[in-house]
Design a protein around this ligand. Structure first.
Ligand code: IMP
Length: 195
């Protein structure tokens, strides 16, 4: 089957492509920068993004595609920046987050990924969550976004210090993707059995 990931973020795409290979699904990049709505739920943002993509590219209506929205939720900041992660990253960045966390001992946080998958006029949501801690300083040069300040639990290195393959063992995105790819495989199996 053909499966498109609609994103302008090449790093996200490369992570997804690698997971797709494990499931023998070739995920294709559809490079599009669409305007995201603001909402306090990632699920709503992902669903609205899916709608926006269909408005901008009606030719995708009969294709299988997904969009993904992610956020970093910091416990001691009551879940901030959460669904506003993109804006916060652009404005204060990793240095700004570390400043806000200065002197804070509770570094617990999590990343959440929400996929909105469009197929045959239906949109389904798949989610993934990874618990971890905000590091005390910026570490590593790989990855993107908040990767240099996020250490997934049971690790003493940040996402930005990990290879793509290692990040893919722990990340929120691989979890939402595996959920999506598992459901696609189950649907395909049902179709074969029913025929
Ligand atoms: P969005 O899903 O692209 O809207 O992401 C919101 C913000 O979180 C952006 O600033 C991203 O750079 C950041 N972000 C999303 N996913 C990740 C990730 O896997 N690692 C680090 N930062 C991320």
């Amino acid at each position: 089957m053909e499966l498109y990931f609609i994103t302008h973020n090449k790093s996200k795409y490369l992570e997804a492509e690698e997971i797709g290979r494990e499931y023998s699904v070739s995920i294709k990049l559809f490079d599009l920068e669409y305007e995201e709505i603001q909402d306090n739920k990632l699920e709503t943002i992902a669903l609205m993004s899916c709608k926006r993509v269909l408005q901008e590219k009606p030719e995708l209506k009969n294709k299988n595609f997904f969009v993904e929205d992610a956020g970093l939720f910091i416990k001691s900041l009551n879940g901030f920046p959460g669904p506003y992660s993109s804006y916060i990253f652009k404005t204060i960045g990793n240095e700004g987050i570390l400043k806000l966390m200065k002197g804070e001992e509770d570094r617990r946080s999590h990343f959440k990924s929400v996929i909105a998958y469009h197929s045959k006029n239906e949109t389904k949501i798949h989610t993934g969550k990874t618990e971890g801690k905000i590091s005390h300083d910026i570490r590593g040069e790989k990855g993107f976004g908040f990767d240099p300040i996020f250490r997934p639990d049971e690790n003493d290195i940040t996402f930005a210090e990990m290879s793509l393959e290692t990040k893919n063992l722990y990340s929120h995105r691989q979890k939402s993707l595996r959920e999506l790819l598992t459901s696609i495989a189950a649907f395909a199996r049902k179709k074969i059995d029913g025929e």
